[in-house]
Design a protein around this ligand. Structure first.
Ligand SMILES: [Fe+2]
Length: 593
């Protein structure tokens, strides 16, 4: 049974194909059209899904969309009636969503086929049920507590559910305008991070702050009876889209969220490219603190209703890996399954799996143990890309290739690492990664100056051989998708200085050989040379969506100051040679983007 899942006309448009309950291929449109967070129709992603499984759209029996404009209508009308200025906006959104419902003609046009040949049944699923479905049905569990939270989706910001067998029973919703995602976005905008998806940057800034504004920020959002409530005076009046717009070209744009009250309390908002002050860091600190307090209030309430130790979680806020790393201390939950694509691209998988299990009552489960659901490229395709680029390369057997790559990392060089199928979700997890030595004092500055150009305060992440996690980190729960931040043990901080954040934490990826043998063996080879079972892992890109094709990887390698490219079985060494591995430079407290 062939099911196509879609997230469309929403940020991070994507498609996924499910065959007999197993996710066979999934990809965000941004990786194909190179338009970050693209929010239009995922035409290229649909084609890639069908090509990957050798199917035609006429073979597809069900199409499932992770959005349902009819969901929560009563709440939407109530809000519109009590906020008359928003009615026009509400009607406009409704019209756009009606247009979106014509999935059949959208697919027929995108794939250039006669819509009469399309025989699929169409399903629309409420946004947050799709999020929870994306986690629960991919988890190893037959029952679990389900949780989803983000900015907004189908007029809801937070959902709690009991998941059992084929069913997801919704227990609670928090409706707009009350949204933890909106609180995060609002303060991010205030301190100069106003692009869609900037929240992760501010999470990295938070530990540089102090407890100056915690009292004030805690007034913005307060826990309430297992939910939470915002003080709306800190916000611009919210439309029913919470200020997120999709422009005709698919660009996702955020409108200003914060009200004049924020300026009265905290002064001028920070402008991009200006100095980050202690005030901005303190606001980030207070924001993360309050976010966590409410998050754990919600989770503890959920546990009260679903007293199981397993938590299946998704939604854009589930990418807050700092909060995720504290779940085990602050709640009774003992295991988490967090979708690798926890943000909105994951809706495509959730909608498709929900159709399979809950609508069609199929019970065959397939745990998603890895995120390698994207395209892969043949050796001959890679070779011709190298030849077209005029790059001298060597082809090596697996053992010597791993050994030389590990030697290059150990020597302090920066390696572009391109292998196998591309990752699903926002993290590079060892197939489209840039890797480096985690224990060289200035590696972070080297990477930023030469390739990544990221803000000085953002940490780089460690990939660790799973069996050594307990020796290096203070928590043992696996983090296969780089979605948990744990403290690094005091005696290991020096060895991991390039991935040790200012608060002595790391957003680790625990790597097992079963999930990614090539990447695991690379770390293992590095371990044999250095005694460190960890490498620094950052995404293979330079201010663009993560590279997908060999050509994009080669282009990124050539235009940046990466030293070595390992792509399939081929190894390319730039003649320029060594990185400056000594004399760490002091970070500048301005933005480098
Ligand atoms: Fe969402």
């Amino acid at each position: 049974m062939l099911i196509l899942g879609l997230n469309m006309f929403h940020a991070d448009a994507s498609a996924a194909i499910v065959i007999d309950g197993e996710v066979k291929f999934a990809i965000a449109e941004e990786r194909l059209n190179r338009h970050k967070h693209y929010g239009g129709f995922p035409a290229l992603a649909v084609k890639a899904c069908l090509d990957a499984v050798g199917a035609k759209i006429s073979d597809v029996e069900h199409v499932a969309v992770g959005q349902d404009s009819d969901a929560n209508l009563r709440k939407k009308f109530q809000y519109a009636l009590s906020n008359p200025a928003k009615i026009l906006n509400f009607i406009r959104l409704r019209q756009r969503k009606e247009a979106m419902r014509n999935v059949r003609s959208l697919l027929a046009t995108a794939l250039d086929v006669d819509s009469a040949r399309l025989r699929f049944q169409e399903h629309h699923l409420e946004h947050h049920i799709a999020h929870i479905a994306s986690a629960y049905y991919c988890s190893p569990w037959e029952k679990a507590a389900g949780f989803s939270y983000d900015g907004s989706g189908d007029f809801v910001s937070t959902m709690m559910a009991r998941c059992e067998g084929n069913e997801i029973e919704v227990l609670d919703r928090v409706f707009l305008p009350h949204s933890l995602g909106s609180v995060y976005t609002m303060i991010c905008e205030f301190i100069g991070y106003s692009k869609y998806g900037d929240e992760g940057k501010v999470m990295g800034l938070a530990p540089y702050g102090k407890d100056t504004y915690c009292g004030e920020i805690s007034k913005i959002a307060a826990p309430k009876n297992g939910g939470f409530q915002l003080d709306l005076s800190y916000f611009k009046p919210l439309g029913s889209n919470q200020g997120m717009q999709i422009l005709p070209d698919g660009t996702v744009r955020l409108a200003r969220h914060f009200s004049d009250r924020m300026e009265k309390l905290f002064g001028e908002p920070r402008r991009l490219h200006t100095e980050i002050t202690q005030r901005d860091m303190d606001l980030a600190f207070a924001l993360q603190q309050r976010f966590e307090e409410i998050f754990f209030h919600l989770l503890n309430h959920l546990y009260g209703r679903v007293p199981l130790e397993d938590l299946a979680m998704a939604g854009g806020c589930a990418l807050n890996s700092v909060a995720n790393g504290k779940i085990f201390e602050r709640t009774p939950f003992r295991r988490t399954y967090i979708q690798p694509a926890a943000g909105d691209e994951g809706l495509a998988v959730g909608a498709a799996l929900h159709t399979y299990h809950s609508v069609l009552k199929q019970s065959q489960r397939h745990e998603l143990k890895h995120s390698y659901l994207g395209p892969e490229f043949s050796e001959s395709r890679i070779q011709s890309a190298l030849q077209s680029a005029g790059l001298p390369y060597r082809k090596l057997e697996r053992g010597p290739l791993l050994d030389e790559a590990a030697e290059q990392i150990a020597a302090g060089n920066v390696i572009g690492w391109f292998q196998g199928r591309m990752e699903w979700g926002p993290r590079a997890l060892g197939n489209r990664s840039i890797v480096a030595h985690p224990g060289l004092p200035n590696m972070k500055e080297v990477l930023n100056a030469r390739i990544k150009h990221r803000e000085w305060f953002r940490p780089f992440a460690p990939s660790i051989m799973a069996e050594y996690q307990h020796e290096y980190f203070e928590h043992d729960h696996p983090s296969p998708f780089m979605l948990h931040v744990y403290k690094i043990r005091a005696d290991k901080r020096a060895a991991l200085c390039a991935v040790n954040h200012v608060d002595d934490t790391g957003r680790l990826q625990s790597v097992t050989r079963a999930e990614n043998p090539m990447y695991y063996d690379l770390i293992s080879a590095f371990y044999r040379k250095t005694g460190i079972p960890v490498i620094l892992n950052t995404s293979f890109n330079e201010n663009e969506p993560i590279v997908c094709t060999p050509e994009e990887a080669i282009d990124c390698f050539q235009r940046t100051r990466m030293d070595v490219l390992v792509i399939g079985p081929f190894l390319v060494v730039k003649p320029s040679g060594k990185v400056e591995t000594t004399a760490a430079s002091s970070p500048q407290k301005t933005e480098e983007v």
